[in-house]
Design a protein around this ligand. Sequence first.
Ligand SMILES: NC(=O)CC[C@H](N)C(=O)O
Length: 403
Amino acid sequence: MAHEQGAAAGGWDEARPTARLLLADGTVIEGDGLGAVGASAGELCFNTAMTGYQEILTDPSYAGQIITFTFPHVGNVGVNEDDVETVNTAASSGVRGVVLAADVTSPSSWRATRDLDHWLKARNIVAIAGVDTRALTALVREKGMPNAVIAHAPDGRFDDAAIKATLDAFKGLEGQDLVPLVGASQRYGWDESGWTWPGGAQPGAYGARPEGAPKRVVAIDYGLKRNILRMLTAAGCEVTVVPATATAEEILALDPDGVFLSNGPGDPAATGEYAVPVIRAVLEKKVPTFGICLGHQMLALAVGASTAKMRQGHHGANHPVKDLSTGKVEITSMNHGFAVDRDTLPASARETHVSLFDGTNCGIELTDRPAFSVQHHPEASPGPQDSHYLFHRFVELMDDRRR
Ligand SMILES: NC(=O)CC[C@H](N)C(=O)O
């Protein structure tokens, strides 16, 4: 923001700021543009993780959001082909913009295949650097996550009316079902090499499964992260991914040992309108069910609880969560802006995890069905691995049912 407005009336002016961040309350912050050129609107949140910017930027749950990184140096290790969480490559990453403190330097890592600036351009993500992200974060903490727009104009000339129109056209995340933007549209199988094939497991193809055979998991894709698939596979599951619009009949015809409800973007209540009946039908059949983040919110909605918008949300890789069954505290990775309202949980849902930052609900377990879910991201990508045990808990539930 150390820019002087350029005096020259025409042509390129080095002194002009090349990007602007406009908040809904009219605040304008100037900086250096990078990534895609143009204007892009979303809800502005902040993420406190010190590592894993590429996984964060490819997490489909960020659809409709602009991420402010509180860690000042982002981009130093460039980007690579591996640290990508998006599975559905046909869809965009979802993230609507990036706000950085320091300008991005040349990548310094043997793993880098590209620099962040060009990668953001290729993914059509607009970004602004040179911003006082501490002040911006303080503002979000105080006032909540505002709607915002980032405009990047390399010549420093901005169309104020167009920027304002972009901001006004963004209606905020409440009431928005963003799953269709990022979720799979076809059923597919996935294996640990990252290979996908259309269709996945075919109904009845395996017949009776012997003791010790991999658990057949059907994952409902609301905006699934790749590392969840890796973790499920590593825990001994064979995963078939189905679109969020798959019917309960389609899912149950695959004869799953377990159903997984994925993370995903947007307002859970909006997605719940079509997801809840499907989840209820799965629960009715007592199929072991595990949900993460949006999947957690979906499970809660399916048993009649409600979700509410949070003021600043939880986005980071150091969030302490208490497992109420064991008393243990796990440090977790988080990315959510809505939370399950514990006061609306029915008697058949027991609260299992709470956030030690603000006491919000972070997990439930049903007492009359083999189903549980957590608000945080046990796949830890990026983030600590304390919650990996939850994948084994899911496998144990499936083992119990087979017995
Ligand atoms: N990571 C997620 O699944 C996010 C869930 C939901 N979109 C929220 O913001 O609360």
